[in-house]
Write a protein that binds this ligand. Structure first.
Ligand code: FES
Ligand SMILES: [Fe+2]
Length: 406
């Protein structure tokens, strides 16, 4: 199974389409093959809306950050007029990657190789060494813009002019997210990890509730005490699949809100006012937006994963923790936020190790497709969505209701 001549034969995926209690997992080559990965880049990432960061990272005119998304170096910046833009991080002269890390480029982006200069809106404003060239018009040699749209502060990029607008892609996810105040979130902590696993393992892990009582048995599992009802699957329109989990308190600190007698006084931040007003039932909303965007929205905070694929068996993971503007303005913000940061610092390495072990096992010549468990409906569903896109098949979502997570 490690040299899959049948990789594009739909028959190789027959068993992933079964009802999820009968379904098999993806063939291992989907997690290990460079050829399959190349197809994903071409047919999934280039044509989809991909989460590439958050606007609160670049609050001032000229602020920028850079990233590599599936082999494409990008600059994401706030223009002098406040517009957030994305550009290919490739000089139009001879291709040099111009910026790294993050910083401010209000005065322009200067290529380190020969010194071409671009304004933050992408216009080429200086081109030393081109003075004697024939028919050279600076207006034609600006940076290559990448399509970027915002959902609240979440920044999504696509590389295909034909991709539907982001609002259509998100469908009814936007209505479920509204009470979480996503227009007012600020990223206050961002931790970056190099993870030796396929990007899909991380996206699946985000929706895999059954690993919580094993991988996180001494940490997150304690939070099941807070559940107040069964997990419900959501998503009728758009390129996403989500879950709503009703619970008391917050799920973004390890000890819950007032639930753990061993940690008296650990309360976390209050719910944002939409929840405090009882607008909807309190709980967490977890949209998985295709192909790899994972966002967790809680009553008092939110977190999201930037899953940046770097090949079939490697990815960069950036874990972002967000709070509402009014929460960040509290005088005790740093002290209490530390509880949330600790939760991530403990739980994320647990997931990293679990996913790296899966990658090792899947890379074996003896690895074969497995079976979905009864708590793996969302994993099965995502597998179908990904394969359908790569094979160019139609995909219709199946909603199968609710189930207990305890
Ligand atoms: S490659 Fe950028 S100025 Fe020459
Ligand atoms: Fe986990």
């Amino acid at each position: 199974m490690n040299a899959p001549r049948e990789m594009l034969d739909p028959a190789a995926y027959d068993k992933i389409w079964r009802p999820y209690l009968e379904a098999e997992t993806l063939p291992p080559w989907c997690y290990t093959s460079p050829e399959w990965y190349a197809l994903e880049v071409e047919r999934l990432f280039m044509k989809s809306w991909n989460l590439i960061g958050h606007a609160s990272r670049i609050p001032e005119p000229g602020d920028y950050f850079t990233l590599d998304f599936s082999g494409i170096p990008l600059i994401v910046l706030r223009d002098r007029d406040g517009t957030v833009r994305a550009f290919a991080n490739s000089c139009r002269h001879r291709g040099t990657q111009m910026l790294g890390g993050e910083g401010n480029c209000k005065s322009g982006i200067k290529c380190p190789y020969h010194g071409w200069v671009y304004a933050p809106d992408g216009r080429l404003t200086g081109a030393p060494g081109m003075e004697d060239c024939h028919d050279f018009d600076k207006a034609k040699w600006g940076l290559k813009a990448v399509r970027l749209e915002k959902w609240g502060g979440f920044l999504f990029a696509t590389f295909d002019p034909e991709t539907v607008p982001l609002a259509e892609w998100l469908g009814d996810a936007a209505q479920y997210a509204k009470p979480y105040g996503i227009d007012r979130l600020k990223v206050t902590r961002r931790e970056v990890y190099d993870v030796r696993c396929n990007w899909k393992l991380y996206a699946e892990n985000f929706k895999d509730n059954s690993h919580i009582k094993t991988v996180h048995v001494n940490t997150l599992y304690r939070q099941v005490l807070n559940y107040t009802g069964p997990l419900q699957y959501l998503g009728e329109r758009g390129e996403w699949y989500g879950a709503f989990l009703p619970h008391e308190g917050t799920r973004t600190i390890l000890d819950g809100v007032g639930k753990d007698e061993s940690a008296p006084g650990v309360k976390g931040f209050p719910a944002i006012h939409e929840f405090a007003n009882g607008a909807i039932e309190a709980g967490s909303f977890y949209p998985s937006i295709y192909p790899g965007t994972c966002i967790g929205m809680c009553i008092d905070s939110a977190w999201f994963l930037e899953i940046l694929p770097r090949g079939p068996d490697r990815m960069t993971l950036a874990v972002n923790l967000c709070f509402h503007e009014e929460t960040v303005a509290r005088p005790d913000f740093e002290e209490i936020a530390d509880l949330y940061y600790k939760r991530m610092a403990i739980a994320v390495p647990e997931d990293n190790e679990a996913n790296e072990n899966m990658q090792i096992g899947l890379s074996s010549a003896h690895s074969r497709p497995g079976r979905m468990g009864h708590m793996e409906l969302a994993v099965s569903h995502m597998n179908q969505a990904w394969v359908a896109k790569v094979l160019g098949q139609p995909f219709t979502r199946r909603l199968e209701g609710v189930y207990s997570v305890v």
